[in-house]
Design a protein. Structure first.
Length: 184
């Protein structure tokens, strides 16, 4: 299991103590605005169980993000295999979700850089992708700060978004190539 540290943050495997703060995060309508709205406790617990199982297989996944100084839960971030078929899959994505009180502190960019470095240096992935609802300006700004680039031809209608949420269907896709030449 992978733990990443930055000057202010630690991204580490899930534990039982993370369920309650993650449920609070997933209960916030503003945080969940681009994820279909607040989630039930059962859904949150199922997400955590799934992340634990997938992390065991992949070595890292979307995992808790805590402040180094206080161990306060900030949200989740990480890299993960894209688990649906689309024109850009198979692929590894970088993603995040932060509690609203932690927005605007540069935490996602900080841990995002650490995950990009880990993905390219430690795992030797050739490319990372990141995607978000087309109106999610905050996430798109982070993608740009991390150096990801956008080609509108890559944008897609997310197959896992229910038809009764048409405003969340259209997603923008950003890509970042590994700058290190892979040896043949």
């Amino acid at each position: 299991m992978t733990t990443l540290e930055t000057p202010r943050l630690i991204s580490r495997p899930w534990t039982e103590v993370d369920i309650e703060p993650f449920f609070a995060l997933c209960s916030d309508p503003e945080v969940m605005r681009y994820f279909g709205g607040p989630q039930s406790r059962e859904k949150v617990e199922a997400t955590v169980r799934s992340c634990i199982e997938l992390q065991a297989r992949f070595g890292v996944w979307l995992q808790p993000l805590v402040l180094k100084e206080t161990s306060a839960f900030v949200g989740m971030a990480g890299i993960a295999e894209v688990l649906f078929e689309e024109h850009f899959t198979p692929a590894v994505e970088i993603g995040w979700r932060l509690a609203r009180k932690h927005w605007g502190h540069g935490y996602v960019t900080e841990i995002g850089k650490a995950f990009v470095d880990y993905a390219f240096r430690e795992r030797n992935f050739g490319e990372l992708v990141s995607f978000a609802v087309q109106d999610n300006e905050r996430s798109i700004a982070v993608m740009k700060r991390l150096g990801f680039t956008h080609d509108p031809a890559d944008d897609f209608d997310h197959k896992r978004v229910p038809d009764d949420l048409p405003h969340l269907k259209r997603h923008v896709l950003y890509r970042l190539k590994n700058p290190v030449e892979k040896s043949a």
